[in-house]
Every structure is written in structure tokens, then in C-alpha cells.
Design a protein around this ligand. Structure first.
Ligand code: FCB
Length: 452
């Protein structure tokens, strides 16, 4: 008999277990039912931007298969499903004429979830800006803030009686810096001051939308934003490396958390950015810091940095700790990082409630001879992170739920279809889905509300 007794770890009652996806990554049907072009439709058609020239034209064909995908969610016993709305389905040209077909699609998705007792968490912006707005400057143009409010108005007027959890933006850091500084994401711009102006407009559009979502909802309505946050560590104990940590933390974490929770940009970063800092108008910061109901945190890894004078931008470079394990994204597997970032947000910021809105891992999954996908490494990854999140809860962090990225293997942005994050395997040729071992394991976690 096995003498080893595993400790049973229980999560709080009513803890929400979910999965997350995003419109462009799963829907496909890129030009059906009057959907307009988005910046990702365009980016994928720009040579050299996406691995293997992959495109989200068909993706997981979720647009046509959402009913079956909802059944899959049910078979994993999910409490909640986080997905995003494609702005270009609602306003094909970003503004002006509303496309009823787009609204009707998301209404069917939401009703299907509710019929299955799955709580919808809706993200308004997960990176697929209508291309027509990009032509007018996209997020560099302050008018886009107003168009975003109109879009939020239409969507919440339609769904606000049934959707109670709204996320304005997903990862504004990624939109700003990968989209407008390194240019590895759509729209592929490479300019620091543009990126910083974009970050400001994204945050402003968040703050200005909170009241709209509340007005179109009811007493159950909860509004938040999702940030990609991570703990930052020095490569050595040297003063230079510790200062590099401060700068990276300012760039990744504080630049977004401070305006939302403190109504100000971090002073050290304003100094560092100098002339590149965004134009900020009177009352902008007041609006950005409008009180919200929860913070969504996406966390996959940690960052280790060392001072590096050769790097003109922040004077640092990131370091890959040796001996560590990495996922297929080359992201270090570091479960204590989720504990550290949760504690940090809890201690330094006044978020009423936190959800982990994304966490998960890419591994090179294979279908075995029995037709199964045995992804032990993903189970190990998730278990490690769940336990560390639990540790944070035990120490008082108000974590209310956890969303695994992702339901399905899907279009992983600049990596195309080469990275599989799903609890469910997608065969892109046949669109057949296979629940992986991690999906069955997650089901047990949900049913027991714990591990062990
Ligand atoms: C996050 C994105 C999500 C997915 C995961 C792997 O940055 O929000 O869409 O691509 O990374």
C-alpha cells in the first residue's frame, strides 16, 4: 500500500474555475455575416509577421462550433468562461453602423453558456481593433477612446442583463509595447512614444467605460481590467541589477497599476521616458482611476533582469536562469511567481477582488496510439501554480477565481498555430477536439474544488 498521503488543498467556497479564450484566436469566420476587417486580419496577410504565414481566417471555427464547444466546457465542469468580443463583428468599420448579426452571435453564445450554468466573463478588447480605425491612427488617436465607449455601449445594452462580469481590456502592456514598440504584434508599429501614447489611451478608454457597463447592468454587474503582471527578480545581488528590477517593474507592472489604483503614473518612469512620455490631459488620471470591482491578473512566468548599458531603452536585459524548466514559449516555469505577484498586488494596491484571468502552458502535445493526449507536463505546471495561488489565498489575498489559458489549442498570435495551450486538443484539419489528460484532471479539481 502506498503510505504517502497527499495533502488535500481546498479552495474557498464559490471559488470560480474557468478557462479563457479570445475572439481572433478561436472564432475564424473572419469575413462572415458582415464582419469587418481587423488589424489581425491585416497583420496576418503582411508577409513575415506571423510564423508559417498562419492566419486566423478559420482558427478553431468556433463561430460555427460554439454550441459543441459549450458542451465541451460542460463536460469539464467549468463554472465560468472568459471570452472576448470581436469589435469588428459589432462595428465592421469600427464606428457608425451597428451590425446586428454580430450582436446576435454573442447573444447566442451567452445564452448557451447560461443554459449550461456557465458564467460568462466578457472581455471587450482582446487586441482585434477594426482595421478602419487603424487607418485613422488606431489607439494613437484619442478619438478611438470615444469609439470604444460607443462599442461598449452597444454590447452592454444588448448583453448587460445577462453578462455580469466585464473586462474592458486584456493586457494593455502587450497592446502598447508588442503592438507599437517592438512591433511583433499588430499593428506592427515600432516607436516608443507611440507605444506610450497608446498605453495612455487604452487606460483612459478603460476608465471611461466603467460607468457605461454599470449603467447597462444591474446590481450584480462587476467591472474590471486584465493586466499581464509578473514578479521581477535581479540576476545578482548587485545594486545595478536591483535598480534594473525597479525599472523593469515600472515598465511592466507599475505603469499600469499606478494610474488605475493611485491615479498617477510612476514618477521614476515619467523621468525615464522624458520627452517620449504621453500627452496627458486634465482629468485623464481621475478617469483612469475610476473605481472598479476586480482586477484580472494574467501570469505565466517571472522575469529575471540584469543591468545592461548596451540596451538603450531601459538599460537592462533579461536573463534565463540556468537549471530552470521552460515551456515551449521559452517561458520559465516558476510557480512561486504567481504567489509573489498576487501578494504584491494585494499589499501595494487597493483591488477589491482579484481573478487570475489567464495562466497556462504550451507544450508540444501529441496524440498517442490510443487517440489520447497525455500532457503530464501541463498537469504538473497547473498543479504547481494552483498550489501557489492557494498559498496566497491562505495569506489573505482576495482571489476569487482562476481561468486557465486556454480551452482549446488556438491561434497563438505571432507564433501562429505552432504553440498549443489548450486543455482540449484541436486538429486544425478536421476541427476535431480531444480533451487532453489535463482537461480531465482540471475537471476533477473543479468538482472537488481543490487538489489531492
Ligand atoms: C496572453 C494573451 C493570450 C494568449 C496567452 C498565451 O498574453 O492574453 O491571448 O496568447 O498570452
Amino acid at each position: 500500500m502506498n503510505e504517502k498521503v497527499e495533502k488535500v488543498v481546498r479552495f474557498p467556497d464559490n471559488f470560480v474555475w474557468g478557462v479563457a479564450t479570445a475572439s481572433y484566436q478561436i472564432e475564424g469566420a473572419y469575413n462572415e455575416d458582415r464582419k469587418g476587417e481587423s488589424i489581425w486580419d491585416r497583420f496576418c496577410r503582411t508577409p513575415g509577421k506571423v510564423q508559417d504565414s498562419d492566419r486566423g481566417d478559420a482558427a478553431c471555427d468556433h463561430y460555427h462550433r460554439y454550441r459543441d464547444d459549450t458542451k465541451l466546457m460542460k463536460s469539464i465542469s467549468l463554472d465560468a468562461y472568459r471570452f472576448s468580443i470581436a469589435w469588428s463583428r459589432i462595428f465592421p468599420r469600427g464606428k457608425g453602423q451597428v451590425n446586428q448579426d454580430g450582436l446576435d452571435f454573442y447573444e447566442r453564445v451567452v445564452d448557451g453558456l447560461l443554459d449550461n450554468d456557465i458564467e460568462p466573463f466578457v472581455t471587450l478588447y482582446h487586441w482585434d481593433l477594426p482595421q478602419a480605425l487603424q487607418r485613422k491612427g488606431g489607439w494613437t488617436n484619442r478619438d478611438t477612446v470615444g469609439y470604444f465607449k460607443d462599442y461598449a455601449q452597444e454590447v452592454s445594452r444588448k448583453l448587460g442583463d445577462r453578462v455580469h462580469f466585464w473586462i474592458t481590456h486584456n493586457e494593455p502592456w502587450v497592446v502598447s509595447f508588442l503592438g507599437h514598440h517592438s512591433g511583433i504584434h499588430a499593428p506592427g508599429i515600432k516607436n516608443l512614444s507611440t507605444a506610450l501614447q497608446v498605453s495612455h489611451h487604452l487606460l483612459l478608454s478603460h476608465g471611461e467605460t466603467v460607468a457605461i457597463l454599470r449603467d447597462n447592468g444591474d446590481e450584480k454587474t462587476q467591472v474590471g481590467i486584465t493586466l499581464n503582471l509578473s514578479s521581477v527578480h535581479p540576476a545578482s545581488e548587485s545594486e545595478e541589477d536591483k535598480k534594473a528590477v525597479e525599472r523593469y517593474d515600472g515598465y511592466l507592472n507599475r505603469w499600469f497599476l499606478d494610474p488605475i489604483y493611485k491615479g498617477s503614473y510612476p514618477e521614476d518612469m515619467l523621468v525615464l521616458y522624458g520627452d517620449e512620455a504621453p500627452e496627458i490631459r486634465a482629468q485623464d488620471l481621475e478617469r483612469i482611476s475610476t473605481k472598479t470591482d476586480f482586477l484580472g491578473v494574467n501570469n505565466y512566468t517571472r522575469t529575471v533582469v540584469k543591468a545592461d548599458k548596451k540596451e538603450a531603452f531601459l538599460g537592462l536585459s533579461s536573463v534565463k536562469p540556468s537549471g530552470a524548466e521552460y515551456t515551449e514559449m521559452d517561458w520559465e516555469i516558476y510557480p512561486p511567481g504567481i504567489y509573489q505577484i498576487l501578494k504584491r498586488v494585494h499589499n501595494d494596491y487597493d483591488a477589491p477582488v482579484i481573478y487570475i484571468t489567464e495562466n497556462g502552458a504550451a507544450f508540444p502535445d501529441k496524440i498517442d496510439e490510443n487517440g489520447r493526449v497525455d500532457d503530464e507536463s501541463r498537469i504538473k505546471y497547473l498543479k504547481g501554480y494552483f498550489l501557489e495561488a492557494h498559498r496566497a489565498i491562505e495569506e489573505g489575498v482576495k482571489l476569487s477565481g482562476y481561468f486557465v489559458w486556454s480551452l482549446l489549442d488556438n491561434f497563438e498570435w505571432a507564433y501562429g498555430y505552432s504553440r498549443r495551450f489548450g486543455l482540449v486538443y484541436t486538429d486544425y484539419l478536421t476541427q476535431k477536439r480531444i480533451i487532453k489528460a489535463s482537461g480531465w484532471w482540471y475537471k476533477k479539481v473543479i468538482e472537488k474544488n481543490g487538489i489531492g
